[in-house]
Ligand binder design. Structure first.
Ligand SMILES: Nc1ncnc2c1ncn2[C@@H]1O[C@H](COP(=O)(O)OP(=O)(O)O)[C@@H](O)[C@H]1O
Ligand SMILES: O=C(O)C1=C[C@@H](OP(=O)(O)O)[C@@H](O)[C@H](O)C1
Ligand SMILES: [Mg+2]
Length: 172
């Protein structure tokens, strides 16, 4: 059994889908952001505001490598930026894992993030117009890294259960 790694832009559903997939498969689930928060004893917002993004990316890389090397099988939900720093994208093609890019359109991401931005320091202070433009450009920049995943799964217009089913089909 390989580790299952979910990646993709903020709001694509990594944390939600990983949790639901875990319930169905009984494979334990780890959220990389939650692991970082526990280790640092600070929220993601606090890490960004007190220490800056570069420090966060360092913790993120260390925690990602640590989780990949742990002997347990698990489902890992990455942060949206994880594959885009410190050559983390190269680790996605490791034979010991199955990496899946949850691919969402700008409209899907915007509609979810507009209601859920306060815990995401990169967009927390943007107005709606700024956010839409930011997501479009940022997603374009990051797609290169996301496309290093072994599997790409479109999640637009799919209920959580449908995306979970699609992942089970990939794993079968
Ligand atoms: N079909 C869906 N699949 C996944 N998430 C959805 C869906 N519909 C609405 N959501 C909501 O979108 C948000 C996705 O956020 P989250 O799971 O934290 O994503 P990520 O970890 O990729 O940033 C959650 O608030 C979730 O409830
Ligand atoms: O895209 C990013 O750079 C980030 C995404 C967040 O995770 P989610 O994608 O789970 O929101 C979190 O790691 C941090 O706020 C930075
Ligand atoms: Mg998340």
């Amino acid at each position: 059994m390989k580790k299952i790694v979910l990646l993709g832009y903020m709001g694509c559903g990594k944390s939600t889908i990983a949790q639901n997939l875990s319930k169905i498969t009984n494979i334990p689930f780890l959220d990389l952001d939650s692991c970082i928060e526990k280790r640092a004893n600070m929220s993601i917002n606090e890490i960004f505001s007190k220490h800056g993004e570069v420090y966060f990316r360092k913790l993120e890389h260390e925690m990602f490598v640590e989780l990949l090397h742990s002997p347990e099988n698990n489902i890992i939900g990455l942060g949206g930026g994880t594959p885009c720093y410190a050559n983390n994208h190269l680790l996605l093609q490791n034979e010991d894992i199955v990496s899946i890019y949850l691919k969402a359109s700008i409209d899907t991401l915007y509609s979810r993030l507009v209601q859920n931005k306060s815990k995401r320091p990169l967009i927390a202070n943007m107005n709606e117009e700024e956010m839409k433009e930011f997501i479009a450009k940022h997603l374009f920049d990051r797609s290169f890294y996301y496309n290093h995943a072994q599997y790409k799964l479109s999640v637009d217009n799919k209920a959580v259960e449908e995306t979970v089913e699609d992942i089970l089909a990939i794993l079968a």
